[in-house]
Design a protein around this ligand. Structure first.
Ligand code: PAF
Length: 287
């Protein structure tokens, strides 16, 4: 509850708490977020709650994962609301540092995954995943979690983090949480806040197109896929969106599917007005 929940602003405070918690033999779960928490985030906290003794939610709008001209300055924030969501869902600790408490002014070390972060959002947002893997590494070193929970909405981010954890031997279990949609189908995102009512209506095309494309792709197999992919692209544009990408990639490699591909990621990114939204579905490839 609100009285019990602790709020740390300093990196050292969190790390000291995490070390003591582990020495006491307790399991820690971390839910990394950028705040402005919605029901998708709440579901991550619920999953964390079921898997550990101590749940830490980090709320940090990480400047290093935003490119020049992106929405760092206007990214929505509401700490009071976030505090209530964390308390209601049983978090024990909120870690909410200022940027200066996370990055030394002369910080010069990065963690970079170099394969899975190349296509999709990586190609359109240079440096984005390097910022994510660097801050997530820092959060792992501060919160010392046994388990960390990430949403499937950011499908590529999840794959990149799993690869980093494998490659760098982090002793942390990464749990993938289901994507959460609003009643109208729109994938929940803090960025939905930027949409006008009209843009919100237009953006419903993403989930609508995905829902129709999933069985079509699974039925069509790899030969039939390009036609479905291009139909989705046109559907988004007809609804008033500006397509950033519509791609079907092997979920293991994030390269074009081959005869070996068992499961594929069908990933969409599109602008509605100036707001860029993403959505995705996993596709079982017919043999
Ligand atoms: O998914 C997010 O909100 C962010 O990319 C994360 C994982 C909290 C890192 O800043």
């Amino acid at each position: 509850d609100l009285v019990q929940m602790r709020i740390f602003r300093q990196a050292e405070e969190l790390q000291r708490f995490a070390l003591e918690t582990r020495r006491a033999g307790k399991r820690i779960a971390l839910v990394p977020t950028m705040g402005f928490l919605h029901a998708g985030h709440a579901s991550l906290i619920d999953i964390a709650r079921g898997r550990a003794d101590v749940v830490i939610v980090s709320i940090f709008v990480n400047p290093t994962q935003f490119g020049p001209g992106e929405d760092l300055d206007k990214y929505p924030r509401d700490f009071e609301h976030d505090r209530l969501v964390c308390a209601e869902h049983g978090a024990d600790v909120i870690f909410a540092p200022e940027p200066g408490a996370m990055y030394a002014p002369d910080a010069s070390t990065w963690v970079e995954e170099t394969m899975l972060s190349r296509p999709l959002c990586g190609a359109r947002r240079p440096g984005h995943f390097r910022g994510v893997t660097t801050v997530v590494t820092k959060l792992f070193h501060l919160a010392l979690p046994d388990v960390a929970v990430f949403g499937r909405k950011d499908a590529q981010q999840l794959l990149v983090i799993k690869r980093m954890v494998r490659d760098l031997n982090f002793p942390i279990e990464i749990v993938a949480a289901p994507l959460v949609r609003g009643a109208d189908g729109l994938a929940l995102s803090s960025r939905n806040r930027y949409l006008s009512d009209e843009e919100h209506q237009q953006a419903l095309v993403l989930s609508r197109a995905l829902r129709a494309a999933k069985p079509a792709l699974e039925e069509a197999g790899l030969e039939g896929a390009p036609a479905v992919v291009s139909a989705v692209r046109h559907e988004i544009e007809a609804a008033g969106g500006r397509v950033d990408y519509v791609e079907l990639l092997d979920v293991e490699t994030l390269e074009n599917p081959t005869a070996e591909t068992k499961e594929a990621l069908f990933a969409l990114a599109a602008y509605f007005g100036s707001t860029r939204l993403i959505d995705n579905e996993l596709i079982q490839v017919k043999k």
